[in-house]
Design a protein around this ligand. Structure first.
Ligand code: HSE
Length: 398
């Protein structure tokens, strides 16, 4: 029998306790041992919870219990979560986490500490929620040089864009619903401004290209400026709008960014709707693999964290620590990447064709038009588009 502790008892923590109980036998088989919930660290009252007798308010109770082998950190943020993760590792306990902010900013340091102390540090649930993504990337695709990873990495924004597209809802209405369903973070800014997707992109890039990127250096644009007319024009152009996190290998290093994109309706990612996430990985041997599934939510994220607990127990004598790269490396400028662009402008067809002769502008219910350019980098686009009254310009996934 091996004891584990859950730090934080919000949406994911509660889901984790449920999944661990529901799948007790299967998880024991995966772990090679019975798993027993030792403690739940939570400050708020739990007197009406079935797990009330597990509650502790002081982390040192967990830290000082030698029977606790694994700590599941599902608090979020980088304050207490960072402090407790460090202390757990220093006390010889494996740490598993779904906290992308912590992994993206302090993961390298925590992984090094775990290595030093002979324990596992796993964070499968930090990217793509319930989608098995990081283990396949690091293990099943070990025979590949990873050239590119890109995908829909935030469930809240995908839910919002889908609702705007399919139901004609406005941004605020769709966001409110996403919060009611428990997809959006307590403060939705990180979701809608692309920060959450940026952290996940950083983790994917770290694991793909061998450089540990600072998410603060990854150019990030969220979806707050996506208007209903963009979805209308995108449809008329045979596309839809998705927020993509993209990272690609370059000659001297890598390039990473998060931006709204137009996706042709023929592309697999165009049909990934609602809270679903999808991540494409391009490998030198395998070609392109796309993994898709629920990217947020109580039980999907708990599914990934629970499996990490089982793996940490199974690997007590052979710790599992994914490679998050090394510090440094060149992050190439985003603007130098040449792609086709979607442009929305208040312009007549002749004006558009005078600047972008290849464009076939379409018009929606406003006076604005939308068109797709040939492939060019951002400075070239900006130089040409300056002659028009442009309202939006995003990349098109080619
Ligand atoms: N708020 C996140 C999302 C939760 O919407 O994807 C999962 O990381």
């Amino acid at each position: 029998m091996v004891k584990y502790a859950i730090l934080g008892f919000g949406t994911v923590g509660g889901g984790l306790a449920e999944v661990m109980q529901d799948q007790r036998e299967r998880l024991a088989a995966a772990a090679g041992d019975e798993l027993e919930l030792g403690y739940i660290l939570r400050r708020r009252d739990m007197s009406d919870s079935p797990w009330r007798d597990k509650q502790v308010r002081d982390f040192s109770v967990i830290e000082n219990d030698p029977d606790v082998a694994v700590v599941a950190e599902v608090i979020g943020g980088v304050g207490a979560a960072y402090d407790y993760s460090r202390r757990a590792i220093l006390a010889g306990k494996s740490v598993v986490s779904s906290n992308k902010e912590l992994v993206a900013t302090h993961g390298l340091e925590l992984a090094a500490l775990a290595r030093e102390h002979g324990v596992s540090y796993l964070f499968e649930g930090s990217v793509g929620g319930g989608i098995p993504l990081l283990r396949p990337l690091s293990r099943c695709l070990a025979a590949n040089r990873i050239d590119e990873v890109y995908g829909i990495l935030n469930g809240t924004t995908n839910y919002i864009l889908t609702a705007m597209d399919e139901q004609g809802q406005d941004f605020a209405e769709a966001l409110k619903k996403a919060q009611e369903l428990g997809y959006a973070e307590a403060d939705p800014t990180a979701d809608v401004e692309g920060v959450d997707a940026c952290r996940k992109t950083a983790i994917l890039a770290d694991m793909s290209f061998g450089y540990n990127l600072d998410p603060a250096n990854i150019p990030t644009t969220g979806i707050t400026s996506v208007a209903a007319v963009d979805l209308e024009l995108a449809r008329a152009l045979g596309c839809t709008v998705k927020l993509l996190g993209r990272a690609m290998r370059t000659e001297g290093g890598c390039r990473a960014f998060v931006q709204p994109h137009l996706i042709p309706l023929t592309h697999t990612l165009a049909s990934v709707n609602g809270v679903m996430n999808a991540c494409a990985i391009r490998g030198s041997a395998v070609g392109e693999v796309i993994m898709c599934g629920p990217g947020a939510g109580r039980h999907p994220t708990a599914s990934a964290v629970a499996a990490d607990i089982a793996d940490a127990v199974r690997h007590r004598n052979d710790p599992m620590i994914p490679d998050l790269g090394r510090p440094g490396g060149v992050l190439e400028p985003e603007e130098r990447l040449a792609t086709p662009w979607y442009v929305r402008a208040d312009a007549q067809p002749d004006q558009v064709r005078g600047v972008f002769p290849e464009a076939r502008p379409v018009y929606g219910t406003t006076m604005e038009c939308g068109f797709i350019t040939e492939s060019m980098d951002r400075p070239a686009l900006e130089a040409r588009a300056a002659a028009l009254d442009c309202r939006a310009a995003w990349r098109v996934l080619a």
